[in-house]
Design a protein. Structure first.
Length: 110
């Protein structure tokens, strides 16, 4: 499945009656909440003796993807474009793959 195919399927459960601004805010608040849930699982595993349940982390990561799809919809773009632009940016930043020196001494992007 491509990102755009996922986005189209996810739109079935999006409230597309929201304004663009409402969709953006909903997406950003949702992302924060879902990432917070993942962080909580990791915190409990690292510091409270809980077993790491990978399926729960995967489930929450799926919810993160749903909110990314919502954000793309609100910004009138598709997830394939979002992914391609991110990879293009990373190729420019790290043309030969990750390099800690390039990470530390990276030029500020506009």
């Amino acid at each position: 499945m491509t990102g755009t195919e996922y986005q189209k399927l996810a739109q079935r459960t999006m409230n597309l009656d929201l304004s663009t601004e409402e969709m953006i805010v909903n997406a950003l608040l949702g992302l924060s909440g879902e990432v917070g849930e993942i962080n909580d699982y990791i915190k409990k595993h690292k510091y409270q003796g809980h077993q790491l349940v990978v399926d729960k982390v995967i489930e929450e990561a799926g919810d993160v993807m749903w909110y990314i799809a919502l954000l793309c919809t609100a910004l009138y773009t598709d997830m394939d474009t979002l992914m391609e632009r991110n990879i293009d940016k990373l190729k420019k930043r790290y043309p030969n793959g990750f390099d800690s020196d390039r990470s530390i001494n990276r030029e500020e992007e506009e």
